[in-house]
Design a protein around this ligand. Structure first.
Ligand code: HEC
Length: 161
């Protein structure tokens, strides 16, 4: 347990935060202090903000489905799903707001990288043999990891308000 706490504390320290001391045996825990939030805040009108969050939840659902298809070993279905979903740029339902018009160019560029990373997942999954070899699995998981890195990268840089 001590080692786990030590690791967590080291991790938080690395993130540049002030580390709240771990509670001693039987002591009461001090209030948790969030690390300094250095993300750039993007201001959005309320309806655009709600739509943006809705779209993001859609991204997570799509990632979840993509991983489900891959875990079934159905790389063709996974490829088609990624190509028609996360790889598509700016596909909004008719009449929906376009959050992109409120975003700084750096944000839009990161969004584009996410769509490209999803297209790369599709390409890699399509190139796999059936059943996929261990090298195919490794290549596809590498592409998925690059995709999720784009989610995490943008989340680390921006927030909305
Ligand atoms: C270009 C930037 C960007 C990319 C890429 C991105 N996101 Fe987001 N996402 C955001 C921002 C900004 C928020 C709002 C965070 C905040 O205000 O605290 C957000 C919020 C979310 C939320 C919370 C939604 C809610 O209802 O509050 C989920 C879930 C999410 N993203 C999933 C994903 C997933 C999964 C991916 C990758 C497949 C992804 N995002 C890629 C910028 C991005």
């Amino acid at each position: 347990m001590k080692r786990v706490l030590g690791f967590a504390a080291g991790f938080v320290a690395l993130a540049g935060a002030v580390v709240a001391q771990s509670p001693g045996q039987g002591g009461s825990a001090p209030a948790f202090t969030l690390p300094t939030d250095s993300r750039t805040a993007i201001e959005l009108p309320a309806d655009v903000r709600s739509f943006f969050r809705y779209e993001m939840r859609g991204h997570l659902e799509q990632l979840d489905t993509l991983l489900a298809r891959l875990s079934e070993g159905d790389f063709k279905a996974a490829a088609a799903f990624a190509r028609d979903g996360l790889a598509v740029m700016g596909k909004h339902p008719p009449g929906a707001p376009h959050p992109g018009q409120f975003m700084p160019s750096e944000f839009r560029a990161m969004g584009q990288v996410m769509h490209q990373a999803a297209a790369e997942v599709a390409k890699t999954a399509d190139a796999a043999s059936q059943p996929p070899s261990s090298a195919d699995w490794q290549a596809v998981m590498g592409a998925v990891s690059k995709l999720t890195a784009t989610c995490a990268g943008c989340h680390g840089m921006f927030r909305i308000k």
